[in-house]
Design a protein around this ligand. Structure first.
Ligand code: HEC
Length: 101
């Protein structure tokens, strides 16, 4: 894990601000955008109707959010929530959730 983090960090440095997921920014966005209110601290939901996100991988999370944003996946709550996310928010949140495994 440390190696993976160090590796990602080096990649982020090399690409210097290019499209690179940022789990720390994802964690901030997860709180700031209100996701935490329904999906819980650390992605563990305490409300049966809200899915737990911990354990889901980055591809699944980013596809879900992209589909909610485009309307390809329909859910009134998540369509509204995803509408406020940029591509970078989606990448970063997906990376943060992925790291909760
Ligand atoms: C008001 C409550 C609420 C808020 C706030 C909320 N969600 Fe959700 N979220 C849900 C519900 C309910 C579902 C289930 C929707 C469905 O499957 O149709 C869901 C589904 C999801 C899924 C798909 C999970 C799966 O297993 O299929 C992801 C990913 C997700 N939300 C991420 C987020 C993110 C990121 C945010 C913040 C931008 C957020 N949610 C904010 C209630 C919420």
């Amino acid at each position: 894990m440390k190696f993976v983090l160090a590796f990602c960090f080096s990649l982020a440095m090399i690409s210097a601000g290019a499209v690179q997921a940022d789990a720390a920014a994802g964690q901030s966005a997860y709180a700031a955008k209100g996701c935490i209110g329904c999906h819980g601290a650390g992605g563990v939901s305490t409300v049966a109707t809200n899915p737990t996100l911990k354990g889901k991988n980055a591809d699944f999370v980013s596809k879900s959010l992209t589909d909610f944003r485009s309307g390809a996946r329909q859910n009134p709550i998540m369509n509204a929530m995803a509408a406020g996310l940029s591509d970078a928010d989606i990448r970063n949140i997906a990376d943060y959730i992925d790291g909760l495994k």
